[in-house]
Ligand binder design. Structure first.
Ligand SMILES: [Zn+2]
Ligand SMILES: [Zn+2]
Length: 286
């Protein structure tokens, strides 16, 4: 019998925008026959403790990770970090500031709407977010869909699409995008916290020169295998990683189901041989 020793190195939980609890994601990984699963929520490590405990209980390796949001050339770029030291205070502060961006942006957009004569308030948007089932009590926990809903409820627009077209989309009157760190910063932060950095889903950026620039800055791996990559992209990025002597990683980017639709891919949809973890662990510096 051939034992399937696979690792899915990219998943999300309720700690960010996934729909399953950290322990549920670990359970699903075990049921999918995986030998290891990484928890890589957006800009937070809040899911780690629960996931690690469940992994211990079920006998599946849980890799503690994070997916940092950065911007370069006007594009959102994600950098994965594995095994960063949770006790490192500077690292904790950096994660805090990452979460602060989301809140800052929401507050800025509400202010712009008010300047346009629309009296929408943060409390009102939080109430709307809660009604949709989201546990929200601050500006960091709401998103543009909730702002859009508030504009519909107020009768400013007739539907959320119009809310994005006129106000909240990239060309909207109230759109804001406060400056975010560069991918280079994320790579530096992960290194400073003793972790291993990997460029997430490079095929989604449409800018391979930028990807190579991040590699030259010191990223340690490339996520060649991803649910949104086609076969050609997988080969191309695996070759790029090998050319630079970097890790070739992969994962599903599982977010759970939203209204019956699986986003990005089901758990284990993309994976790598578990031996990749051995190579990754050699790069941990804490
Ligand atoms: Zn991503
Ligand atoms: Zn992701």
């Amino acid at each position: 019998m051939v034992v399937n020793q696979r690792a899915d190195l990219h998943t999300h939980t309720l700690a960010s925008d996934g729909t399953n609890s950290p322990s549920a994601v670990v359970r699903l990984a075990k049921e999918a026959g995986l030998a290891a699963v990484a928890i890589t929520d957006h800009d937070t490590i809040d899911g780690w403790d629960e996931a690690l405990a469940e992994g211990e209980r079920l006998g599946i390796e849980v890799v503690p990770g994070v997916e940092l949001s950065t911007v370069m050339n006007g594009r959102d770029v994600h950098i994965l970090g594995y095994w960063c030291n949770a006790a490192d205070q500077q690292w904790q502060q950096r994660l805090q500031s990452q979460q602060g961006f989301r809140g800052k942006r929401n507050v800025m957009m509400i202010e712009k709407l008010q300047q346009l004569g629309i009296d929408v308030t943060l409390d009102e948007v939080i109430t709307i977010a809660r009604k949709s089932g989201k546990q929200a009590d601050s500006a960091e926990q709401i998103g543009r869909p909730h702002l859009a809903e508030a504009l519909v409820v107020r009768g400013v627009v007739s539907n959320t699409r119009e809310a994005f077209d006129r106000y909240l989309g990239e060309n909207g009157l109230a759109y804001c995008n406060p400056p975010r760190p560069l991918p280079f910063d994320a790579v530096d932060w992960i290194r400073a916290a003793g972790g291993v950095s990997v460029i997430a889903h490079p095929g989604l950026y449409g800018d391979d020169d930028m990807v190579e620039e991040i590699v030259r800055h010191g990223a340690q791996g490339i996520e060649a295998f991803h649910s949104d990559h086609d076969a050609d992209q997988e080969l191309k990025y695996a070759a790029m990683a090998e050319k630079h002597g970097l890790l070739v990683t992969g994962g599903s980017d599982f977010h759970g189901e939203k209204r019956g639709v699986v986003f990005h891919g089901p758990l284990g949809h993309r994976s790598v041989d578990v031996t990749v973890l051995e190579r990754m662990k050699l790069l941990i510096t804490r």
